[in-house]
Design a protein. Sequence first.
Length: 345
Amino acid sequence: MVVLVRDEALPIELGIVQQLFGSARAAGDGRPLYEVVTCALRPGEVTTDGDFRLAIRNGPEALATADTAVVLSSHADYDRPGGALPPELAAALARIPTGARIASICTGAFVLAAVGLLDGHRATTHWRFTDRFRRLFPRVVLDPDVLFTHSLGGGREVLTSAGCAAGIDLCLHLLREDGAAVTNEVARAAVVPPYREGGQAQFVRRPVPEVLSRSTTAARAWALEHLAEPVSVAQLAACESLSVRAFSRRFREETGTSPLRWLIGQRVARAQHLLEETDLPVEAVAERSGFGTAVALRQQMRAAVGVSPSAYRATFRGPRSAASGGGSGSPAEAADGSPAGLPSS
């Protein structure tokens, strides 16, 4: 992995990448799973938005060795007239191998868009600069509400993230994509959730009318206490003495998502915890997380994290726990979510 740092950099972004990938180590022998190399457009000092500089030893030639290239943001990204890249930066990006995936953090998406990697594809950037991004790059399908995106752009995998802290979500996503079983441990060590609910819509500064001065905190707390039970939006609205319509509007303004999507996300998170920390059969995990049936749990797990419950358990607890997690008297579940010995659809 090669990380490109430029003048007017945000040091927190470099720290995020170095910390998360640098702390990913094999469970058995503790060897590093990633080699993280930092480079600049020229070796030497790089300015930051603080009162210090970064000493970068490698020049842009390091990008030619990347299997993953990460373009960090710079305060200069959104100030360039027309969004055009300086020749030196464009030449550096051209060094990245065609088979490598490219990720950007925050306004680094302006750089990827300027070289056409995002044309026709979904991308995001910091919410403060979405209007400017749309004007400069109308061919990009900008989604201002999500924390990160992952698409195939220009013949390669391209990922973008929202504000700098959303770089954490992007890095953890890359770890999961690589099948790193240590993703949860990396997240725990950094004291961040492996999956973060909602999008950046919840962080956008907007005037809050007086009628919205109350929050939906009580409803969310009640829902978490009753996840194993059927929960309706009407019940949640009743917790706040609101109509369903008013509650749903307030809920979205506070969390950036709908009540039902939030509820599903919380149930998936509960299921993940149970799959990681217990030997409960998949059917019991489904009941305790509120999905009711193993079939419903499999569907929601696949939609949320892309794998079946047993595959998730095997990834985060190892094959021994997966073998014991099928439940007494229940057929073992194959990696694709179908019962072992039966064809999958």
